[in-house]
Design a protein around this ligand. Structure first.
Ligand code: MN
Length: 292
């Protein structure tokens, strides 16, 4: 199944080229704050599956082209990310890091965007902001100290994720946590529709020019190893998201660009890069200059 968030918090399932509304199976108020309806759907999915399947056979849908898809999950308990998880990316960055040595970090959940949300550049001069093409994983079952051999049982599904990154000396969390810097979507594909998550072709293009092309077989830490490592430290909850790391080919994006990502059996999406946002305060560079 392909699960979507759309039209201001509604929940749907993609059937052919249409969206079947299942919002009411989860919530009476899709606009309620905080926006956790999809997390609830993930948590309750096995209980709800018969009702969803009945809805898919009986109900009419809305053409995909007539809805506005949103980030599938915007309010996870946490957004986990693995750096340095493909050797050729480690090589291109001249990095001393390796995911199996360094583990994971967290990014601000509020950096999450959807398939129709632009990447909004910060108003900083002389900086380089890069695209990273990543397979996203949604956790489906709570767990702590999950053994490697059981870890895929804790996966709910997969999605496309761009990890937009300011290159520079600042803390990694700050460089990756700008609003809009984690485009996700276009939906969550449940794991039963993915033949082998350790063998998925993926690619990222900017303005139609291929920049990144890789396969998840080259992950240093596999998906089950990432889940085992993360859960040795922190409880994983349904709806938690994991950015599995970027392969080689990262490079700069600029205002006006169109960035597209495609992952086999998962989907594809294209997002624009829009004009810099000028904050009212000092930016990261100005703080450095101001305080010396
Ligand atoms: Mn990344």
């Amino acid at each position: 199944m392909k699960l979507v968030s759309y039209d201001a918090g509604r929940l749907g399932v993609v059937r052919d080229q249409s969206v079947v509304d299942v919002t009411d199976l989860v919530t009476d108020d899709p606009t309620a704050w905080p926006p956790v309806a999809m997390v609830q759907l993930v948590n309750e999915f096995e209980r709800l599956r018969p009702a969803i399947e009945e809805r898919l056979t009986a109900a009419s849908g809305t053409p995909l082209a007539d809805v506005r898809l949103e980030a599938p999950i915007t309010w996870p308990n946490k957004l986990v990310a693995f750096p340095a998880n493909y050797q050729l990316h480690i090589d291109e960055m001249n990095s001393k890091n390796r995911a199996n040595h360094n583990g994971f970090f967290l990014m601000a959940n509020s950096s999450i965007g959807g398939p129709n949300d632009p990447i909004v550049m910060p108003a900083m001069t002389g900086i380089s902001i890069h695209h990273e093409c990543e397979l996203g994983v949604v956790i489906g079952k709570q767990g702590r100290d999950i053994p490697v051999e059981d870890a895929l049982d804790h996966v709910f599904g997969y999605f496309c994720l761009m990890d937009i990154t300011l290159r520079g000396p600042q803390e990694r969390v700050a460089r990756k946590s700008f609003d809009s810097f984690t485009p996700t979507g276009p939906w969550i594909v449940t794991k039963d529709e993915i033949s082998d998550p350790a063998n998925l072709d993926m690619s990222l293009s900017v303005n139609g020019e291929l920049r990144q092309q890789a396969n998840t077989r080259d992950l240093l830490l596999t998906i089950n190893e990432m889940i085992a490592m993360t859960s040795a430290i922190t409880t994983l909850y349904p709806g938690d998201l994991i950015a599995t790391g970027t392969p080689e080919g990262v490079g700069p994006i600029a205002v006006g660009d169109e960035v597209s990502i495609s992952i086999a059996e998962v989907g594809s999406m294209q997002v624009p890069v829009t004009a810099a946002r000028r904050g009212s305060g000092f930016d990261l560079q100005q703080w450095a200059e101001r305080k010396g």
